[in-house]
Ligand binder design. Sequence first.
Ligand code: CTP
Length: 446
Amino acid sequence: RRGERSMAGHLRDRLPKGLLALLKRAGSLAKSMGYEAYVVGGFVRDLILGRPNLDLDLVVEGDGILFAEAMARELGGRVKSHHKFQTAAVLLHDGNRVDVATARLEYYEYPAALPTVELSSIKMDLYRRDFTINALAIHLSPERFGRLVDFFDAQRDLKDRMIRVLHSLSFVEDPTRILRAIRFEQRFHFKIGAQTERLIRNAIANQFVHKLSGPRVFHEMRHIMEDDRPLASIRRMDELKLLAAIHPDLALDPRKDEVLAEAERVITWYALLYVEPKPEVWRIYFLGLCAGMEDDQVQGVARRLGFSKHLEESFLALRHSIRNTAQQIFEWDYRRGLHSELYFLLKDLPLEGVLYLMARNPKETVQRSISLFLTTLRTLRVELAGADLKAMGLPPGPRYAQILRAVTAAMLDGKATCRAEQMALAKRMAEKDMGLEWMPGAAPTP
Ligand code: CTP
């Protein structure tokens, strides 16, 4: 069987040294307890695809919780265990995290009369998983270290770039897998297999998605919007009629599609320019999905997806502030407008809102204005603070904010570009307030 292939070379060449050592120690430890341990799932998939993935999922044939506790003792760390599921997370002192699951032997005690087809517990564990490409494992015990376990021809699917379920009830068991299939398909530039796509269409037509709770759907949608190629995934969701199955108002129309495409362009542009601050991109895509909706429709979608009251309100508030700003940005004159005006229009809008505004208004001057704000104005700071006003003898109060705002405006409009000029301006304003006689060092000359 192809399952005999050794991944030792890949493990040695593609992993950070420390991680390889960790896997070896886990294997020896398992052996000393009379167990077999495997690393499974996305880690193995990504190792073969050559994509970095440091999320370690181990499966132990034996007692996973005991194993996790032994690991924490040996490597230094603590354990969070879930006895109900016989799983545990080992939180190592070096910051690494290892998830451990138990492959339960007792599950698979088949009647002796049956010919024993390779029913190892690892096989049963892998069989419960979503797609063939996620159902690979690698032996960790010293004798078999690095040997690949491939019961379902996952290597062929990785080579052919296919997403396939392991059995025809997969989406019935867990309809969130429909969203996962789409996410993996777009992330890896794979294709959902023909039979798997039929099962997806069937599950959607038979309203299996309706059975999913709001938070579960939302969690997966958010995942999609924060993974690679959200636009492609959203279009695929629409094509499979999944968006409409989640909520009828979510289905795409040409306007939404255009806004979403523009949103992806803007998000990519921004990410190339800045590492920080990072926008919560799902909010931007969600705004696009809700383009053209009335507030009560947005509320309907928010309820279906189980938004908390707080999230629903903040999302609606974001839409409102975008709407209130849009017209003014549209009217701001890119050539002659005061920079301070642009700054004060946008400064309190969350970054997601600013980027969405840009996506929603493909008019060139609007995009240039917002770009000017993001690249230049947003980060400029006056070289003067409240302490300076205090030193001038101005009593603290709301006047501080007004003066700082005026100095900021002057700076942005090129009228007070250095600290000396900013101080002079602040002083003039403070003096006007207080009357000259109160200014230290500004006593009226006889
Ligand atoms: N899994 C599943 N059904 C689900 C969710 C997860 O069968 N609805 C299985 C998959 O086999 C997956 C494993 O649980 O490999 C771990 O899930 P997760 O960490 O979400 O998956 P990864 O494949 O590691 O995905 P990602 O690369 O996005 O982290």
